[in-house]
Design a protein around this ligand. Structure first.
Ligand SMILES: *Cc1c(COP(=O)(O)O)cnc(C)c1O
Length: 469
């Protein structure tokens, strides 16, 4: 299996060579030269015999041929445990009325779906760095979810340190408690006197300093990392296996979408041959992607046009993984793709023609919709009243949009991307009561905090990293 850039530059590379990287050197994103074929009977058997770890090994080995299969199986077994995910099925499917289901992806340590892939990434990084006798210092900026998922994935791992910047005093109390209570010596929480954009600018500043970056082995774990995408393919298969009893049975997935990372994995599963009727893409008020799938125009927004909503992890202005889907839509024509993204740079948007737009729906199965704050609050209240289940605002986005697209007899699987406890304010608005706190999270806010506060100053950050690497 070889990987190439969406923009056509560079030589094909193996999985282990792109594992530790972000963008391809030509500014594109890595994709496999072609998608492997689904092995539906084999996958069903793997799930039945060995549960999620066996299924993950079967699916991932289609994409990873430069890690011995026994090693890969061990990494999957060590990662997808009941102890970490608090459910032996790891991604449990549960019914939500007629023909609708929730696929639980938020039972990992940070209570959001990013743990599903990030935990495996931690294991893969540790494995590959040991194999190369090397080490890595992960630098990132977070306003909440991604940073904590990365820290919980990398804590205690050999060969990896994490330097995570966050805006001082601006994360939710729960998010701060989650990150700052970690006392592992390889995790460094750095609160910057500034806002999230300042944190991001500091990361960019360090990344632009190639000499420093190389000397200190600086890397990232952002959402365009290919290993994260491919790890997510596994739970689409797990959802399908649990919802069907024969290999020709179709399902539909509904996905609360921000950066297009999660639903991209669904697209890949479908391209491999998983029987997926439709992929329902749900956005909040930041509906860049709903606009594309309705009109064919992709128009990323400037930061000041990005709304702060009650499903904050979907508050994006540009969808960093979207380019991978566009590459497939264009039949992997790298010149045509470069042209489109040049147009975004020069004119702020691109448009595909009517025939290409129709193919998004007819050939690739995409349909889309948008929810508002009021829709989410009403959906949380309705699902609680009708099914006695409390869902978080991101999941509510998808349940709301999915309700318009249920085909009788085709299981509609909604991806649950976070637990409600993370968004207590909106839950309180919808239900008039506080969400339940999982037992092992009680008292988290009272633990000692491990965080260093730094000025918004590149030299100060450089010195901080230098001292610790
Ligand atoms: C990150 C996130 C999303 C959006 O996922 P993308 O891969 O960016 O589309 C949705 N819900 C929650 C809770 C998230 O943390």
């Amino acid at each position: 299996m070889q990987y190439v850039s969406t923009r056509g530059g560079g030589e094909p590379r193996r999985f282990s060579d792109i594992l530790l990287e972000g963008l391809a050197p030509d500014g594109g994103l890595f994709l496999p030269q072609r998608y492997p074929r689904a092995d539906l009977p084999g996958w069903r058997a793997a799930w039945q015999q060995g549960g999620y770890p066996a299924l993950a090994t079967a699916v991932l080995s289609e994409f990873i041929d430069d890690i011995p299969i026994d090693d890969l199986a061990r990494l999957c077994r060590d990662t997808y445990t009941e102890a970490t995910y608090r459910d032996a099925r790891i991604a449990p499917l549960s019914p939500l009325g007629e023909d609708m289901y929730l696929l639980g992806l938020s039972n990992g340590p940070t209570l959001a779906f990013k743990d599903m892939a990030m935990q495996l990434l931690g294991a893969l990084f540790e494995y590959e760095l040991a194999r190369r006798n090397s080490h890595l210092n992960i630098l990132g900026a977070t306003s909440g979810d991604t940073g904590s998922a990365a820290e919980y994935a990398m804590r205690g791992r050999t060969g990896v340190q994490v330097f995570m910047l966050s805006p001082d005093g601006r994360m939710s109390a729960f998010q701060q408690a989650q990150m700052f209570s970690l006392d592992d010596p390889n995790i460094h929480n750095i609160a910057i006197r500034g806002v999230f954009d300042d944190c991001q600018d500091l990361v960019k500043g360090i990344s632009a300093d190639l000499r420093f970056k190389r000397a200190h082995h600086i890397g990232t774990v952002n959402s365009i990392n290919w290993a994260r995408v491919v790890a997510q393919v596994v739970y689409y298969v797990a959802g399908w296996v649990q919802a069907t009893d024969s290999d020709d049975q179709q399902v539909t997935f509904a996905v609360p979408t921000g950066n297009f990372g999660n639903i991209l994995a669904g697209h890949i599963a479908r391209q491999m041959g998983l029987p997926v009727k439709r992929l329902v893409l749900a956005t909040n008020e930041n509906n860049v992607l709903d606009e594309f799938f309705r009109t064919g125009t992709y128009r990323p927004r400037p930061a000041k046009e990005t709304h702060a909503t009650s499903s904050p992890s979907m508050d994006i202005s540009r969808a960093s993984n979207f380019e991978r889907f566009v590459a497939d839509l264009l039949g992997r024509d790298a010149d045509a793709l470069r042209q489109l993204f040049d147009e975004v740079r020069t004119h702020g948007s691109f448009a595909v023609d009517a025939e290409q737009l129709a193919r998004c729906r007819d050939e690739f199965g995409f349909i889309s919709g948008t929810s508002t704050h009021a829709d989410r609050v009403a959906t949380i209240a309705r699902v609680d009243a009708e099914y006695g289940r409390v869902i978080d605002p991101h999941t509510a986005d998808a349940v709301y949009v999915a309700a318009d697209h249920v085909d009788e007899g085709v299981p509609m699987i909604v991806l649950e991307t976070a637990l409600p406890v993370k968004f207590a304010e909106t839950i309180h608005e919808a239900l008039g009561r506080e969400p339940e706190m999982p037992d092992d999270y009680r008292g988290l806010e009272d633990l000692p905090r491990h965080v260093d506060v730094l000025d918004n100053d590149l030299d100060a950050l450089r010195a901080y990293i230098e001292e610790r690497t």
